[in-house]
Design a protein around this ligand. Structure first.
Ligand code: SF4
Length: 331
């Protein structure tokens, strides 16, 4: 990705990564800002500018480092080196937090974040797993910062603990030859190609994602698949059947043996509807008053009976193809 403009807190140039990015993007306009959290000229843009906003890069330092407990693949969600993303998935959960300002922000104080992570991990009596990619897509971010090899190598200097991150991208080559000691759990999000093309705008194709999964499994990483978010379009059974068949055909035997699967149904919101209807007037409408119900805070989820039918169907289809022990959870 080549940003159209860079907004930066001047203090980022005191950090090695900030200087590196300054060299890399010398020919792009750099605009100083007071805080990455509040860039008024961007915050006040109209929703129709959403696509242009996504082409910007924002550089700052992360000031809050609060870990939240989690009960799925990881024990804690860790705010790490980026938030937001250049892609434009129409349901992106980050839009709920950042609204139209869900552009890619990179935080250059990675040493400070790593230091804290290692101390936290070593202090715990239990072997913990940390989700470091819940706020962005680290495989995408890595194409700009090369932070992932740095992260894996430095985290492994600690005595214990694991890290995990999900992605919708396939640029995994920079981390294939790292000695990860089995302490990194890679999770690839998948969806039918029709959904990727029309709803997960700007992300890798399903075929490329399957190739990346196989490469990571071949490199002995622990690899999971996230069928997420499940979106119940009119022909959803047909779409997800085709996708599962593609996975059966495309995934290597090594991957199939060790994989686990997470399944998450889509949550949508009033904020998404507003931005999508204005920024992508021709896009598929993801909101359906027949299928969805409000869940508070302007969020919508599938109605319980619809959701249950979806869950029963997808569980059966996954188990028929991959066996009964692969699904970690459905949420
Ligand atoms: S790839 Fe992930 S972070 Fe980026 S827009 Fe899509 S859902 Fe959001």
């Amino acid at each position: 990705m080549r940003p159209s403009k860079i907004y930066f807190e001047p203090s980022v140039l005191d950090y090695a990564l900030g200087k590196q990015l300054q060299d890399k993007y010398q020919d792009i306009e750099w605009v100083p800002i007071e805080s990455h959290n509040n860039i008024e000229e961007l915050r006040t843009k109209s929703n129709t500018e959403f696509v242009n906003l996504k082409h910007l890069l924002i550089l700052g330092t992360r000031k809050t480092h609060k870990y939240s407990e989690n009960y799925k693949v990881s024990d804690y969600l860790v705010p790490y080196t980026s938030s937001g993303c250049t892609a434009m998935c129409l349901y992106c959960y980050l839009v709920c937090n950042y609204n139209k300002c869900s552009y890619l922000r990179i935080f250059v104080n990675r040493e400070q974040m790593m230091d804290r992570l290692i101390k936290f991990s070593e202090k715990s009596e239990k072997e913990l797993t940390f989700e470091i990619g819940s706020n962005s897509d680290l495989i995408l971010e890595n194409t700009i910062t090369n932070n992932l090899p740095w992260t894996i190598e430095n985290f492994l200097k600690s005595k214990k603990g694991n890290i995990t991150f999900p992605t919708k991208f396939n640029m995994v080559d920079p981390i294939l030859n790292i000695d990860h000691k089995g302490r990194v759990i890679f999770r690839m999000s998948v969806n039918p190609q029709y959904i990727i093309s029309d709803i997960e705008i700007g992300t890798a194709s399903l075929r490329h994602r399957i190739e990346a999964i196989n490469k990571m499994a071949e490199a002995d990483y622990k690899v999971g698949i996230l069928i997420a978010p499940v979106i119940l379009l009119d022909n959803w059974k047909e779409l997800y059947s085709e996708m599962l068949d593609m996975l059966v055909e495309g995934l290597s035997e090594k991957m199939k043996k060790q994989m686990f699967i997470e399944i998450i149904f889509m949550t949508y919101s009033f904020v998404h509807r507003k931005i999508n209807n204005e920024a992508f007037p021709d896009a598929i409408e993801l909101y359906s008053s027949e299928q969805m119900t409000g869940r508070g805070m302007g969020k919508y989820t599938y109605r319980p009976n619809i959701r249950e039918e979806g869950e029963i169907w997808i569980r059966e289809e996954v188990e028929r193809r991959f066996g009964k022990d692969k699904i970690l959870y459905i949420s």
